[in-house]
Ligand binder design. Structure first.
Ligand code: URC
Length: 288
């Protein structure tokens, strides 16, 4: 029996790039997930380990970031064609390039630089009852409401130790997937109205807080809900800090003035906390 090499392809999958375009105070964001797969004359690398035809997947990732800066990202179809043609034209061994791009949609919250991701959030409810006349509680909420501020966020003045390498920043992208739950004082609210109100308060507080940390933003979000919604007495928030790292484009002769980000999915900071009305009756089991 003879063994032969069958079809193969290789490339960098799921490069997560966020491109911010600044038109004065009005920003636009393009958030995409780019997967490149190249194929062609790749027998040698598989059969003998000769890498001379192999453009590293790391270079492919860099190309995605550099092209996002140089060309911007118009329609994802355009960006896909640009990349695919680049790899087939510039690499003699590459006969075929497959570029798959998924785009995540964002809509404006308010102002020029605050966005909510379209589509994915879930509305939640948790009810306990010991029967009519007995103890009852209602906790409402939402999960996976993804929001992003493309400016208006700082993080500096933090504690340092021997392992601290983080640079302080006065302008960063702040993004999180909000999981929020709020406890009602009673059991006969207009639930839909209350949900719409609380959701709006969370979004506006996120957008309008000049953030010195996600912890500070968390408190402002809970506070705004409680101040606007008299029927609520406690808000609990869980906010993953979805880090956006500025990509170093200097090796390619490009500057990066807060325009091209690597959207990391893990690890992430996880900021959690409760905000209460000072007269909130204790009800630990309402959350169980
Ligand atoms: O808003 C933040 N809070 C933190 O506690 C923290 N820690 C970190 O590394 N970055 C951030 N950002």
């Amino acid at each position: 029996m003879a063994v032969v090499l069958g079809p193969n392809r290789y490339g960098k999958a799921e490069t997560r790039v966020v491109r911010v375009t600044r038109d004065g105070d009005v920003h636009r964001i393009k958030d995409v997930n780019v997967s490149v797969a190249l194929s062609g004359a790749m027998d040698a690398v598989h059969l003998t380990g000769d890498n001379s035809a192999v453009l590293p997947t790391d270079s492919q990732k860099n190309t995605v970031f550099a092209f996002a800066k140089e060309h911007g990202i118009a329609a994802i179809e355009d960006f896909g064609l640009l990349l695919a043609r680049h790899f087939t034209r510039s690499q003699a061994a590459v006969a075929h390039a497959r570029v798959e791009i998924h785009e995540y949609g964002w809509e404006r919250i308010t102002g020029g630089h605050s966005f909510a991701r379209t589509g994915a959030e879930v509305r939640t409810a948790l009810v306990h009852s010991d029967g009519e006349g007995g103890a009852e509680s209602v906790v409402s909420g939402l999960a996976d409401l993804v929001v992003l501020n493309s400016t208006g966020s700082e993080f500096h003045g933090f504690a340092r130790d021997a392992y601290t390498t983080l640079e302080p920043t006065r302008d960063r992208v702040l993004a999180t997937a909000v999981t929020a739950r709020w406890r009602h004082r009673g059991t006969d609210a207009d639930w839909d109205d209350s949900y719409r109100g609380a959701r709006e308060d969370l979004l506006l507080a996120f957008a309008e807080t000049r953030s010195l940390s996600l912890q500070q933003t968390l408190y402002q979000m809970g506070r705004r809900v409680l101040e606007a919604q008299a029927g609520l007495c406690e808000v609990r928030l869980s906010l993953p800090n979805k880090h956006h790292f500025l990509v170093d484009l200097k090796p390619f002769g490009l500057d990066n003035d807060n325009e091209v980000y690597f959207a990391a999915d893990r690890p992430y900071g996880l900021i959690e906390g409760a905000v209460l009305a000072d007269d909130a009756p204790p009800a630990p089991s309402a959350w169980e």
